[in-house]
Every structure is written in structure tokens, then in C-alpha cells.
Ligand binder design. Sequence first.
Ligand SMILES: CC(C)(COP(=O)(O)OP(=O)(O)OC[C@H]1O[C@@H](n2cnc3c(N)ncnc32)[C@H](O)[C@@H]1OP(=O)(O)O)[C@@H](O)C(=O)NCCC(=O)NCCS
Length: 199
Amino acid sequence: MPTDGECGMDELKIVRSSEKYAVSYCETFDEVAREGKFLSISGGYPIEDILRFIKVCRECGYPQFLLIAPDGRAVGWCDIVRRSGEPDDVGFLGVGIAKRYRGMGWGSRLMTVTMGDAGKRGFNEIRLEVRASNYNAIRTYTRLGFVKIAYTSDGVVTDGVAEDIWTMSLMCRRMEPEGFDRERFFGRFKKIDFRFKKN
Ligand SMILES: CC(C)(COP(=O)(O)OP(=O)(O)OC[C@H]1O[C@@H](n2cnc3c(N)ncnc32)[C@H](O)[C@@H]1OP(=O)(O)O)[C@@H](O)C(=O)NCCC(=O)NCCS
């Protein structure tokens, strides 16, 4: 399992995110968002926001990996970040793969690599939110060990249309032995809650 380098498999590879992939990452995110069925927004973010997000992930130690096609373009992303109001050790996972590369195991590999990096940042639990109609994603998450923990009616509203969502959770190994100094441990990490600005 790579943590820093590359995980080559067939002709695609999984790499730690960096600014050199920002443009294609931005385009792929936009493409998936525009499908309108999966993400919480129906269009992408400006390149400046994507660049800022990559920087924040690196500075805060948030796991962020990309799926790279043979032509060097980022065709998938996965990240795990903190959310304001949530405990320090709970990370929220976001993932997406360009349409032509779905259903071939790349999403599962990308998530496995990204989650493999989560312990280093001190995440003990990984959560995600998924539209109730996104059966492929729910099946994939379940296969990876996620369990449904909450159902929210009208949990996401995109372009005025509401949809129910599941919150799913995966407990990582607990790292709090007797005498564990929580303040000290999590004090090592920067506390930046990243929020994209709306277009
Ligand atoms: C959800 C997602 C990340 C999973 O990645 P993936 O590479 O498609 O996943 P995998 O190939 O590892 O597994 C997907 C499962 O669906 C099946 N599948 C078959 N054809 C598929 C297709 N065209 N699209 C998606 N899944 C398909 C796979 O065989 C696999 O089934 P299994 O678990 O029974 O083996 C990806 O489908 C995606 O980006 N979807 C759109 C964006 C999205 O939904 N993001 C998550 C928002 S919460």
C-alpha cells in the first residue's frame, strides 16, 4: 500500500494529489458534478478553489489521492477532511471517478489507498454522505466496510431539488490507550476547516 508514491496498476495510477494535476482534477470534478445525480452541487469549482483545496489538504495532512489516466490527466479524486463542528478524529470522505473509468475497481482502489493514509492524520472514524439513490456508491462503500448510521430526508438540495441521504461510517482502529493525551495528540495537527466558496 503506497503512502507517498504511486500505485501503478494496468495503465492507470494512483498518486498523492499535487498542484500539477489541478486543471484536470478541476475539469473531472466539474464533469461528475454536472451529471447531476451524485454530488451535492451541479457544477465544479473555480481553479483557484481547487488549488487552495490541494494546498490545505497538504498543509493539514488530509489524505488526498488522484487517479491518473495514461495521458497524465486526473480522472478521479478521493479526499478525507475535517468538518467544523465534528470531532477532531472524524474525517469526511469525498470521491468521484470520471464516467468512462467506473465499474472497473478504480474507485475501490483509490478509496483504499486514501483511507490507508487516514490514521496518520489521527482520524479514527471516516464518514461520508451519499444520496439514497446512488446504489452503486452505497454498494461499493458497504463492500469496503462502511455501515449506514443515519438517514436524512431531503438531506441535499441541488438546483432546488431535494433528495434523501445516508450517512455512512467506517471505524478505524482506536488509538487511545490508557494515559492517551488527546489534546496533545490532536494539537499536532493544524485545524483548518475547508469550505469551498460557491461560484
Ligand atoms: C462511486 C464510485 C466512486 C465508485 O467507483 P468505481 O470505480 O465505479 O467503483 P468500483 O468499480 O470499485 O465498484 C463499483 C461497483 O459497481 C459495479 N459497476 C458496474 N458497472 C458500473 C458502472 N458503470 N458504474 C459504477 N459501478 C459499476 C462494479 O462492478 C462494482 O460492483 P461490486 O461492488 O458488486 O463489485 C464511482 O462509481 C463514481 O465516481 N460515481 C459517480 C460519483 C459518485 O457517486 N461519487 C460518490 C458520491 S457520495
